[in-house]
Design a protein around this ligand. Structure first.
Ligand SMILES: Cc1ncc(COP(=O)(O)O)c(C=O)c1O
Length: 371
């Protein structure tokens, strides 16, 4: 699905040197490269404060801890997402309130959010799924109306632009109360191990988030609140700092690959190519098709036989997972989620796909679906 090796070969010299610098400095934890990367990424995103942490799941957890969400508080989340988004809600003894997504963008549906708000609701967690923004203006309107926090799960959409109705733009993750992201190796800005970050424009909150990520410590050995140990290590920060310089180029490469797929599938009515929301750019963390009247398992098997990887993101909706059985949510009526779970399939999408590969992949898909 990704080709991190070919990507690495193109930036090997810079990356190797950056890693060597960290080893030479022996500042493996909290080296100055961690702060340098945080500053560079905050500038790229135009976020005032950026707090690096160990992974995208921790980032979500730290965000919810930083907002003082208490057991029993309700958090509205899409069910059609990676499990991390919803898992941390339950981990903190909050109540996940699963809602449906939009059938075109796959992102949380504002109408469903509005219907789900109760007196106990404290936060909304929109997920910018597959690399495209959730409808943030509508979400922020609801958040303002009911005084709710918004934690943007930006793990899949770093670099994505939200386009406001007045045509101004902001990077996803910088619109709500807090944005969180993941530097998992296959992400658009991927480390060579785990990593994550939180960002916010609220100075007081940033201080708190930083403390929580570091054992609730205000100064060495003084712990003002319960926190956790969540650090981005210096080697990962050094790698990410080099890769950040290429992020826009990487996004462009993904967009070009998506355009080639789009063209190939243009006339095939059995395949729905990714919708582009007018309010968002698309950074194509995934290129995901919706299949009509096609046996997805057979297509997946056929592609595997042709040595083409494909993935189902996600085969089971969060509200159907056993881990949430105590919330009695498995019978929830989320028709769009139910439909997508059965029909989506993602094709290889990364920065190194060449014309020959793209043509081979799309021709094999078309051969199977008989278009
Ligand atoms: C939408 C979403 N949220 C959260 C995460 C969690 O990130 P991590 O794997 O770095 O913990 C991921 C990444 O896998 C993700 O795709």
């Amino acid at each position: 699905m990704v080709d991190t090796q070919t990507q690495y070969q193109k930036i090997k010299n810079e990356v190797d040197l950056a890693i060597k610098d960290v080893i030479d400095s022996s500042a493996f934890i909290n080296g100055k490269i961690v702060q340098e990367f945080a500053l560079n990424l905050s500038r790229y995103l135009d976020a005032k404060y950026l707090i690096p942490c160990a992974n995208g799941t921790d980032a979500l957890q730290i965000a919810m801890m930083g907002l003082d969400l208490k057991p029993g508080d309700e958090v509205i989340t899409p069910s059609f997402t990676y499990i991390a988004t919803t898992e941390v809600i339950a981990l903190l003894k909050l109540i996940p309130v699963f809602v449906d997504v939009d059938p075109q963008t796959f992102c949380i549906d504002p109408l469903a959010i509005r219907k789900a708000v109760t007196a106990k609701t404290k936060a909304i967690v929109p997920v910018h799924l597959y690399g495209q923004s959730a409808p943030m203006e509508e979400i922020m309107d609801i958040a303002r109306e009911f005084s709710l926090y918004v934690i943007e799960d930006n793990a899949q959409a770093i670099g994505c632009d939200y386009i406001f109705s007045n045509r101004t733009k902001k990077k996803t993750g910088t619109i709500g109360t807090i944005g969180t992201t993941s530097f998992y190796p296959s992400k658009n800005l991927g480390a060579y191990g785990d990593g994550g970050a939180l960002y916010t424009n609220d100075g007081e909150l940033a201080v708190k988030l930083k403390m929580i990520a570091n054992h609730g410590q205000s100064k060495r050995y003084y712990h003002d609140m319960v926190g956790c140990n969540s650090r981005l290590d210096s080697i990962q920060a050094a790698i990410l700092n080099e890769k950040l310089k290429h992020l826009d180029k990487y996004i462009e490469a993904r967009q070009q690959a998506a355009a080639v797929y789009d063209k190939a599938f243009e006339t095939c009515t059995k395949i729905k190519t990714p919708f582009r929301a007018p309010y968002s750019s698309h950074v194509f963390h995934q290129y995901t098709l919706i299949l009509e009247d096609i046996n997805r398992d057979d297509l997946h098997k056929f592609l595997t036989e042709q040595k083409i990887p494909s993935m189902i993101y996600y085969p089971v909706a969060a509200h159907q997972q056993k881990m949430f059985s105590e919330f009695n949510v498995s019978a929830l009526d989320l028709p769009v989620t139910d439909r997508l779970i059965e029909r989506v399939i993602s094709l290889p999408m990364h920065t190194e796909l060449d014309a020959e590969q793209l043509n081979y992949i799309s021709s094999k898909v078309l051969e199977f679906v008989n278009c």
